[in-house]
Design a protein around this ligand. Structure first.
Ligand SMILES: [Zn+2]
Length: 329
């Protein structure tokens, strides 16, 4: 089972399930059939995480105490995606200038083009989310989580999610991307987010280092000062290689307690607290008083220890994000 999960999880998700979604859309079946496919994607992810995890600790949901928040994030994320797709006819009406999109291409190549363009758009937006303090406050909701597993991909602040979609998807809609392609793109992004953050020790063979998933993405989520400011890509690492933010190996081995934001070791586990976090968290000024909890979860406790050690070694994540400075540049 372990070998099966390591070698077949990523291809099953990225090729198998997306092919099935393509089949549904290409044959004109109801988009509602994508919902059970997405359910299969989640089930496959959780099964693979059990069979071949990076860290057993990341599968311990009780220690992290965030299951309810994660389910609410899942609902909020899919709701925003559905709204985005429903808005397309309105956007087309609002921007009658269209016709640049290659609608004459086969559907599969349009979906691929959309995915590549969105990958670049998300990467650019992601880069600035780590550079501009106002965006970082919103994006910190995604980074505060102390582990990586299936749900992480959809843990985003709705305001950040909306800006993300405006930057990466709206231009494609304005130049005429059809609804069928937009639906396929939304499905592809959902599955990619699952694979990117899942706690599955996937073996990628010749694609190792070229996809922004697994270990490559772990480096982006470390709570070691400014070291997480690398590997911004959603799926491909080529964009990071082009702008010089690609990092192939971490500076030291990554442990189960190394995920998160070092300023926020007690990152809240409640959905509603996470919603107000961008408005109470001031990058560079330490953890807001309301998060210094009296009853931390075991996972928060472990991360607080790591954070203290990290600060003693001189890292300063907050100053970086409030000032936009990067010692490595
Ligand atoms: Zn990030």
């Amino acid at each position: 089972m372990q070998a099966l999960a390591r070698y077949f999880y990523a291809p099953f998700m990225m090729l198998g399930l997306t092919s099935a979604a393509y089949w549904v859309v290409a044959h004109g079946y109801s988009y509602l059939w994508l919902a059970p496919l997405l359910a299969v994607a989640y089930a496959a992810t959780f099964a693979a995480e059990k069979a071949a995890p990076f860290f057993e600790e990341w599968n311990d949901h009780d220690a992290h105490g965030d299951t309810q928040a994660n389910i609410l994030h899942q609902i909020a994320y899919e709701w925003s995606v559905i709204n985005g797709v429903l808005l397309i006819p309105f956007i087309c009406w609002l921007f009658p200038y269209q016709g640049l999109w290659p609608t004459q291409w086969p559907l599969w190549s349009q979906a691929l083009l959309a995915f590549l363009a969105a990958d670049l758009g998300f990467m650019v937006m992601h880069y600035f989310s780590h550079r501009i303090p106002a965006l970082w406050r919103l994006h910190a909701v995604h980074h505060g989580v102390g582990r990586l597993y299936g749900f992480n991909g959809v843990i985003r602040h709705p305001i950040h999610q909306t800006i993300d979609m405006l930057v990466a998807n709206l231009p494609l809609v304005i130049i005429g991307m059809p609804v069928d392609v937009a639906v396929l793109l939304a499905f592809l992004i959902s599955v990619t987010l699952l694979v990117q953050h899942s706690n599955v020790d996937a073996r990628l063979g010749v694609l190792d280092g070229h996809l922004s998933i697994g270990r490559v993405h772990h480096m982006h989520h470390v709570n070691w000062g400014t070291e997480g400011d690398c590997n911004f890509g959603l799926f491909l690492t080529i964009w990071d290689r082009l702008i010089g933010t690609f990092q192939a190996k971490p500076s030291r081995p990554i442990t189960a307690n190394d995920m998160g934001v070092d300023e926020l070791p007690n990152f809240p586990t409640s959905f509603w607290e996470q919603m107000i976090l961008p408005f109470v968290y001031k990058p560079g000024q330490g953890e807001p008083e309301r998060y210094r909890k009296h009853n931390p979860t075991p996972a928060q406790d472990a991360r607080a220890q790591v954070s203290i050690q990290g600060n003693q070694s001189g890292t300063d994540f907050g100053r970086h994000h409030s000032g936009g400075m990067h010692p490595a540049e």
